[in-house]
Write a protein that binds this ligand. Structure first.
Ligand code: SAM
Length: 239
């Protein structure tokens, strides 16, 4: 059974979208993963297949109905252990550790919000994980779902070649990755750090580690603080 992304959306035509291309597209074609898209409108109520209603308490916008979302979720035969995730700016920040967990399981069910979002009760009743892809507001959960899926699919066995191996990349050890360089060795007067041309693999590994620590410290003090508190080894670069 291949890894399955089940997507509940009002815009089914948005999938697989960009994930039909490149690494993810090849993996979709060869059956490494499967994209099962469900149109939420099909579960709507009445003559107009209504999926939303006005918010209790007043205010702008519409809210996706709990009963409609619940019926749609009932239609999904969830594989054992496949988590259900609602993409929302109110969720906890999506992290590479979540992606690794999702990719290691049988798949994910993704609920894509529209309008003001989904009635809170169905999220509570079904203990749905709530995840945000960043501190900004998108017009719908579909693009967030594509981001989550892209990150998962590339970790599935056989999707990345050795050339794209994820072993050393950003977040793999709680740090951002070191900078990369390729030919030419000099470009517009800018050279490549000497150590990378030295052939000294131990020195190169040391330099890369120092760069990872420097970049993380400068750009992501939150990750750096977490790294310092979790790491048993002393950092090689001073704060
Ligand atoms: N009223 C909501 C709020 O202020 O939190 C925003 C609703 S947004 C216009 C519509 C849908 O887009 C949300 O229900 C959610 O599914 C999705 N969405 C928007 N921003 C997101 C983000 N940063 N991460 C994940 N999903 C997001």
């Amino acid at each position: 059974m291949s890894w399955t992304a089940t997507i509940l959306t009002l815009f089914p035509e948005m999938f697989p979208g960009p994930l039909g291309q490149s690494l993810a597209g090849r993996a979709l074609e060869n059956g490494t993963w499967n994209c099962d898209v469900r149109d939420l409108r099909a579960f709507g109520l009445g003559r107009h297949n209504a999926v939303d209603d006005t918010p209790f308490g007043g205010g702008a916008g519409m809210v996706m109905r709990a009963d409609v979302v619940d019926t749609a979720l009932d239609s999904v035969s969830r594989q054992d252990g496949a988590p259900c995730v609602y993409l929302t700016p109110r969720g906890r920040p999506l992290a590479q550790a979540d992606i690794r967990r999702y990719a290691a399981g049988p798949g994910v069910t993704l609920l894509c919000g529209r309008y003001e979002g989904v009635d809170e009760r169905v999220l509570e009743a079904r203990s749905i994980e709530q995840v945000s892809i960043g501190d900004y507001v998108l017009s719908g959960g579909e693009t967030a779902a594509l981001v989550l899926l892209d990150a998962c699919v590339r970790l599935l066995p056989g999707v990345m070649g050795s050339a794209e191996s994820g072993v050393e990349e950003s977040f793999s050890d709680g740090l951002l990755e070191y900078p990369h360089y390729t030919r030419p060795a000099e470009w517009q007067g800018r050279t490549v750090p000497d150590v990378l041309l030295s052939g000294n693999h131990a020195a190169i590994a040391r330099w890369r580690r120092e760069q990872s620590e420097r970049v993380t410290r400068e750009r992501r003090p939150d990750l750096w603080a977490a790294h310092l508190s979790h790491s048993s080894s002393r950092p090689s670069v001073q704060e």
